[in-house]
Design a protein around this ligand. Structure first.
Ligand code: HEC
Ligand code: HEC
Ligand code: HEC
Ligand code: HEC
Length: 158
């Protein structure tokens, strides 16, 4: 074979050998295909334990909150906001009320506008939520000055 064929060939073989050597040192020993065969593809077995130790941050349970904040719970359950989990607005509650003692209370307009800014090009179900134009709908005033986040109602507002 001619030199111009051999040289690139040696380079490729050299690269493959380097990759194989580096693999020996860097790929964890328990990386591979495990008892379930290729069901989960290739993975590091100890990764399962790592994820088991990963604590969940959310309680996912409005009844948990109702024990200590009954009024907020009662209000929201009889309102159009009933479908929104408390933690969607107040953040993850794991450890509350010990640590953190309090949860976030977010009064900014942005907080409400992520669901209520009217979409210019409605394509998803998100567009079914009543929308306002942030620049025209009482700008500079916090929404919660007029609307109760736990019992939003349009009655009595006009
Ligand atoms: C075991 C009782 C208990 C449970 C359960 C509980 N809380 Fe609380 N929560 C408290 C206490 C006590 C405070 C602190 C009150 C204070 O210092 O003004 C507090 C404070 C808060 C605050 C801050 C109020 C403020 O004025 O700053 C929010 C928001 C809150 N809780 C939301 C929740 C949510 C959401 C849940 C459910 C995921 C929940 N809490 C579950 C007892 C509880
Ligand atoms: C749509 C967002 C939203 C949801 C859902 C929500 N909150 Fe709130 N929450 C707020 C806002 C905004 C304030 C601040 C209101 C204000 O200062 O006028 C607040 C204030 C609070 C406070 C402190 C003031 C108070 O009223 O006692 C507590 C406690 C609280 N929320 C608990 C809850 C609990 C429990 C739930 C679920 C049952 C819940 N919230 C669901 C947005 C929300
Ligand atoms: C996670 C999405 C979400 C967030 C955040 C949210 N809302 Fe809503 N809101 C809804 C849904 C869903 C409805 C019920 C459908 C509708 O009326 O458009 C609703 C309804 C309303 C209504 C109409 C009530 C009625 O009688 O029809 C008002 C007013 C309102 N929200 C105000 C607020 C304010 C103020 C905030 C911020 C504190 C807020 N919302 C945050 C989803 C949200
Ligand atoms: C100064 C008081 C005030 C403030 C601040 C305010 N609103 Fe309103 N909002 C009203 C009144 C009054 C109505 C009913 C009349 C109307 O549609 O304008 C209303 C209506 C709505 C509606 C129903 C619209 C519809 O199509 O029926 C939504 C949703 C809403 N507001 C969300 C918000 C959000 C989100 C904010 C903050 C970004 C906010 N509002 C700030 C007074 C206020």
């Amino acid at each position: 074979m001619k030199n111009h064929v051999l040289r690139p060939l040696y380079t490729v073989i050299g690269l493959v050998v380097i990759v194989l050597i580096v693999r020996v040192f860097y790929v964890p020993k328990d990386f591979g295909v495990h008892e379930r065969g290729y069901m989960y593809g290739w993975y590091r077995e100890s990764n399962i334990e790592d994820w088991k130790k990963f604590g969940v941050k959310y309680k996912f349970d409005g009844d948990y909150c109702s024990g200590c904040h009954p009024l907020n719970h009662e209000n929201i359950m009889s309102s159009p906001h009933a479908i929104i989990p408390c933690e969607d607005c107040h953040g993850p509650a794991l450890g509350h009320p010990d640590n953190p003692a309090k949860l976030a209370v977010e009064r900014s307009r942005q907080h409400c506008l992520r669901c209520h800014a009217r979409l210019p090009y409605p394509t998803s179900d998100r567009a079914n939520i009543r929308g306002v134009n942030p620049d025209k709908h009482n700008p500079d005033v916090e929404c919660v000055m007029c609307h109760n986040p736990h019992k939003p109602s349009l009655e009595g507002l006009k």
